[in-house]
Design a protein around this ligand. Sequence first.
Ligand code: IMP
Length: 520
Amino acid sequence: MAATRNSDFDSPFYQPADKFFPENHGTGLTFDDITLATMYSDILPRDTQLDTRLAKKLQLNIPVISSDMDTVTESRMAIAMALNGGLGLIHYNIPEREQLSEVSRVKNHVHGLIQEPIKVSPDQFIGDVLGMIEHKKFGFSTFPVVDDKGKLVGLLPGHVIKPRYAQRKVTEALQPRAQVQTINVKELGKDPISRADKFFTEHLGIHKLLVVDDKDKLYGLITLSDVERITQERRAQFKPARDERFRLICGAAVSATRNAFGELDRDRILNHVGGLVERGVDVIAVSTAHGHSKGVGDTVKVLRGAFKDLPIIAGNVTSASGVEYLADCGADAIKIGQGPGSICTTRIVAGVGIPQMTALYACSRAAKKKKVSLLSDGGITKSGDIVKALTLSKAVICGGIFAGCNEAPGDVIEISGKFYKQYRGMGSLAAMKAGSAARYGHEKNPAQKVAPEGVEALKEACGSVDRVLAQLIGGIQSGMGYLGAKNLEQLREKARYIRVTAAGMREAAPHDVVELKTGN
Ligand code: IMP
C-alpha cells in the first residue's frame, strides 16, 4: 500500500513543535527562521475551512484581525474585516464617545444600505444639482428629495437634470412622495438584501429603493446594482462574521486607564466598557505593550467581574507566565507579540522582546493548560507568516498589511507619482501625543521626556481590504493544502518545523531572475 503517513526517516529533520522548540531553546526564532514541511495530503486548498473560535461567544470565519491602531482600524476597516469573516478592533486613540460611535457604525451597518445617501432639497435649483454632480463627480443622477426635517418629499429623476431646466426648482421637477416606492426600515427584517432583491423583482424598472422610518424620514437607500453584487458575493466561501442578531461583529480596545493619582480608574473603565457593551460590542481588548503587569491584570479582573459573558482579549505578553497571569485574571484570548511589529522599535529602545515563533511556542503550552486562545500580534508581512503563526495560535493580528488599504483611516498621499497612506506605531511620539501614551506606560504629556517605541511611516496604497484578504486567504489555504490540513486544528497538529539558514532564506525568495511582475 502506498505510504500516506510520514516515514520515520523524516522525523529527525521535520519535528513537531514540542520537540523542535525545546531543542532550539535559548535561540529566539521568528517566521523567516523556520519553514514547514509538507505532509501527505488529500485536501485541496479550496476545501479547507478557516473558522476559528477565540472565546465561547466569539467565533470568526477567517483567522484574521485588524490591529487596534489609529492608522488601521476604525469603523470602515472593522466593517470590511467582518464582511470578510474576520474582526476589526477599534483603536482607543480617540475620545471615548467617538469610540462608542465607531462601534455603533459597525453594529448598525446594513450591508447594501447606503445610510447617508446624497439628497437634495425642494428649494434647490436644478442648476445647483447639476453643479454638485459635476463638482463631486457623481456617477449617478437620481436623488431623494427631503425637507429640512429629513422627511421624504419625493424623488428627483435623472432625466430632468439637464442644463435646459437649470432655472427650475427641484420641487417643480420631482416625482411626488405618493408616487415613490418606499419600504419601512422595520420591514427589512434580518436579511435586508433578500427583502430588497424581492422588491426589485416585483417592481419592474425600479433601480432604487428608498427606506423610511415610521415618521417617513429618509433612513437610507438600497440600489439594485449593490443588491446584485452582494447576492453574487454571498456564494463566496467565507461568510461575514455576525452576532446572533445578524449584525456584523466588532471589537474595541481599551487601556488600563489611570486617574489623576495614578490609580486604576475602575469607574471610568467600567462606564466606558458598559457603553460599548450597550452598543453591542462583541469583544473588548485590553491592549497595552506590557500585559504581564498589575494594571492590565486588574483591568481584566474588573471587566470580568462586571461582564461575566463578555469575550476579553488581553496583552501583550511573550511568556507562559504572562499567559497564565492574564488567563487567571479572566481573559479568554491573549495577544502575543513584543517587538515584532513593522513600525515597532521596542527591542531597539528598551532592549526587550522575543522573536515571534519562539514567543508563540513558549506561550502555547500555558494556553493549552489554561484553555485560552492565543492571537499572534505583529510582524506578519506575507501569507506564509500567517500559516506559520497559525500552527501555534488561533488567529493573527495585522497592522501594516492593512494600513495601505482604502478602508484604513487617513488620506492617500502622492509622492513622485506613487500613492501612500500614513502608518504609525501607537508608541510613536505623534500617536502618544494623540492619546495612546497609556499603552506604553507614559502620561499623555508632550512636554515630558518619553522614549517613543514606534515610528511614523508610510505604506504604499494597496486598494481594498477585500483584495488584500483574498491574497492572504489564498496563501493560508495553500499552506493548509501542503500540510494535508482540512481545518486550523489539523494545521496545528500536523505542523512539522525545520530551521532555515540565510542561504535557505535566499533560496525561498525569487532569485537569479529578472522579475517582471512581483508575486503580490
Ligand atoms: P505589524 O502588523 O507588523 O505592522 O504590527 C502591528 C502590531 O504592532 C500591532 O498590532 C501592535 O501590537 C504593535 N504595535 C503598534 N504600535 C506599536 C508601537 O509603536 N511600538 C511597538 N509595537 C507597536
